[in-house]
Design a protein around this ligand. Structure first.
Ligand SMILES: [Zn+2]
Length: 124
C-alpha cells in the first residue's frame, strides 16, 4: 500500500515539527492532497490512524484538502484536469493536451504536503 509509506514520511515530518514547538499534543493536521498523486483519502486516513498511535498525534483529526490538477502545454493551453479515469492506478499519468494532443506538463496536483497544524503548546 503506497499510502502507508507516504503517510509514515508525513508523520515523521509532523513529529519533527511539533517537537520544534515543544507541543504536548496535536489536535488537527491539514493536508493538501493533489489529484495527480493517485493516493486514496481513505487509505491515507487509515494509515494515519495506525501510524499516529502512541505518539502525540494520537486522536488528532486529519483534514484532507483536495488540490485540483492543473496542466499547461506549449500551445498555450492551461487548465484543470483530472487523471484519466481508465488509468486510476498509474502513479505518473501520461498527460495529453486536450487542445493540440501534445504532451502537457503538470503545474499543480502532485502535492501531498502538510499545510497546517493545530498544536497544544504548554504556557511558558
Ligand atoms: Zn497543447
Amino acid at each position: 500500500m503506497h499510502e502507508f509509506s507516504v503517510m509514515s514520511q508525513i508523520i515523521e515530518g509532523l513529529l519533527e515539527e511539533s517537537k520544534k514547538w515543544s507541543a504536548v499534543k496535536v489536535e488537527e493536521v491539514f493536508l493538501d492532497l493533489g489529484d495527480f498523486t493517485m493516493l486514496g483519502e481513505e487509505q491515507l486516513k487509515f494509515s494515519y490512524e495506525i501510524l499516529s498511535k502512541d505518539t502525540i498525534l494520537q486522536g488528532s483529526t486529519l483534514t484532507i484538502n483536495h488540490v485540483k490538477g492543473t496542466i499547461e502545454c506549449d500551445c498555450g493551453f492551461k487548465g484543470e484536469m483530472s487523471p484519466s479515469e481508465d488509468s486510476p492506478h498509474r502513479i505518473v499519468p501520461i498527460l495529453e493536451c486536450p487542445k493540440c494532443r501534445g504532451p502537457a506538463r503538470i503545474i499543480s496536483g502532485r502535492e501531498c504536503t502538510i499545510k497546517n497544524l493545530r498544536l497544544v503548546v504548554p504556557d511558558v
